[in-house]
Design a protein around this ligand. Structure first.
Ligand SMILES: [Zn+2]
Length: 528
């Protein structure tokens, strides 16, 4: 926003008492003051071309959209040069807290609520500075438990943005099987897990998440997932999944995911779609054909994609056959991702000296081979009951572009605050798509990019009053400069804030302005 509109709004605030000296401000809370945003180009979230219309906000709702004039006494924001869009909905967000790191140990740690990332950082500046107004938490199979208590805590300590929560498959599996998880579940255990999923849904979860590439969940059979997805579907939930393999077995893992969607049946959100090893690089067109065939058969299937060529997960996902100390398996795994210089340790409580170094670098320093270095990191982690968190730079731009250009692929960060902030996607995703993919590379139009950030996730979540700008919708809104919006977070500085996002409204309240949080915390637990 330029200086002018703030000045104009400020002047109106100063002038209002002069115009009506008798009126007491005490009436304000029962009849909230309206705000009109004028001169913006409006991307309404549907993908329709930009429109020059005014938008009036009253309370937590959009009251009017059109070519009307502001009324006397209203706050006016002059948004000349800016685009007004619905608030961005991040359907895959890791701002939950310590349970959310993808390790089996984290599931048994039973963290205190005060460890919740949104408890420690309720203003969530790395999120709202991107224009994110709602985060969906608990992806990849890892959620808190029990669901209801945690959501109550969030209602009592609201954050700057809205949140919704998934019930995690691995979380429920750990509840039922305990440490005896390295096997298929029995029918009785599966029945118990399905009951817990239903309990989570009744307590406010919006669906089931899974992360089948992660250790604890990797032992589960397809039937177990179908039963749990069916339990979520009975309560209107979705199934969001980090599939069993994003590397050489990507196609087989995709087939399983589609089968779960068809058998449950349930709508499917494919998390962070990617082709992450040399063996499948360049195969996006084929992958897309499999998904389109399923969609034609009636499978309700959408996907999300983060705008980076590197992933972030635990070190063990690199070796799919779980032979973490077998030199041959490890050598194959490192070759598959393009070499040990493609893997950087970003978080390793057992030995922080390794952080921010590639496995290739660490091996050179230690005077050993990269394979030996990998095994050393596994052993040091196992001894300390932890696992290194790594970044693997293993995706190709051609595949990312192909995915982004599909109408059923939305934008999601797979990042967040707290432990979700070790990859630049945690602070940069949405501005990066707008600045790099739209403005610089012309991969997609601005209205289409906005649709992927707003109405498409809202559709997947079944939310009718968010994700578009129309009369009566909730006033989650973002004003940004389409000529300058860009990310600044890097792998070395993953929490660097993005710029170009001017003003962010959550439920009608301004949470971000002038490059900083306003301190307002109007966030709600969604959908109710
Ligand atoms: Zn994941």
């Amino acid at each position: 926003m330029s200086h002018l509109p703030r000045l104009a709004a400020g002047l109106l605030l100063i002038c209002a008492p002069l115009a009506q000296p008798q009126e007491k401000p005490a009436s304000a809370p029962s009849s909230p003051r309206s705000t009109v945003i004028v001169n913006a180009q409006v991307a309404d979230g549907t993908g329709a071309p930009l429109k020059a219309v005014n938008v009036r906000i009253l309370g937590d709702r959009i009251e009017n959209v059109g070519n009307f004039l502001p009324r006397q006494g209203e706050d006016v924001i002059d948004a000349k040069g800016l685009v007004l869009a619905p608030g961005f909905i991040d359907i895959h967000n890791h701002s939950l807290g310590p349970v959310d790191v993808g390790t089996t140990a984290s599931l048994f740690a039973k963290p205190d609520d005060r460890d919740a990332a949104l408890f420690k950082d309720p203003l969530a500046e790395t999120q709202i500075s991107q224009g994110i107004t709602t985060v969906v938490l608990g992806p990849d199979g890892f959620s808190v438990w029990p669901i209801g208590h945690w959501l109550d805590q969030r209602r009592q300590n609201p954050a700057a943005l809205n949140l919704a929560l998934l019930v995690g498959h691995a979380t429920v599996r750990a509840e039922v099987m305990g440490t005896d998880y390295q096997r298929k579940a029995t029918p009785a255990e599966i029945a118990k897990m399905a009951q817990l999923v239903e309990q989570g849904m009744r307590e406010g979860a919006i669906g089931l998440s899974s992360g089948l590439e992660y250790d604890l969940a990797s032992y589960s059979a397809t039937d177990e997932l179908v039963a749990m997805a069916a339990a979520a579907a009975r309560h209107g939930g979705l199934y969001m999944t980090h599939i069993r393999d994003e590397a050489d077995q990507s196609f087989r893992a995709l087939d399983e995911e589609i089968a779960i969607g068809e058998r449950a049946p349930i709508r499917v959100e494919h998390s962070h779609i990617k082709l992450g090893t040399t063996g499948v690089w360049g195969k996006a067109p084929e992958y897309i054909r499999v998904i389109e065939a399923a969609r034609k058969r009636g499978v309700d299937f959408l996907a999300d994609c983060y705008p980076y060529d590197a992933w972030n997960a635990t070190i063990k996902v690199l070796v799919p056959n779980k032979q973490y100390e077998d030199p041959k398996s490890v050598a194959q795994a490192l070759a598959d991702v393009g070499g040990a210089d493609h893997v950087t340790i970003v978080r390793f409580p057992a030995n922080e000296g390794y952080e921010q170094h590639t496995i290739a670098d660490l091996a050179r320093t230690a005077g050993i081979t990269p394979v030996e270095m990998y095994i050393r990191i596994i052993r040091e982690g196992d001894a300390a009951h932890t696992e290194a968190d790594v970044i693997g730079q293993t995706m190709t731009e051609a595949d990312i572009k192909a995915f982004y250009q599909q109408p059923w692929v939305m934008v999601a960060s797979d990042g967040g605050i707290g432990v979700g902030g070790t990859h630049p996607r945690g602070a940069g995703t949405f501005p990066r798509v707008l600045g790099l993919f739209v403005r610089e590379k012309h991969w997609l139009t601005l209205p289409e990019a906005i649709r992927k950030m707003t109405s498409l996730p809202a559709q997947q979540l079944g939310w009718k009053d968010r994700g578009t700008i129309r009369e009566g919708a909730v006033a989650d809104l973002v004003l940004f400069n389409p000529g300058t919006v860009i990310d600044h977070a890097t792998f070395a500085k993953p929490r660097e804030l993005s710029t170009g996002i001017d003003t962010v409204f959550v439920n009608g309240k301004v949470v971000w302005r002038d490059g900083k949080a306003t301190g307002e915390r109007p966030g709600r637990v969604l959908p109710k």
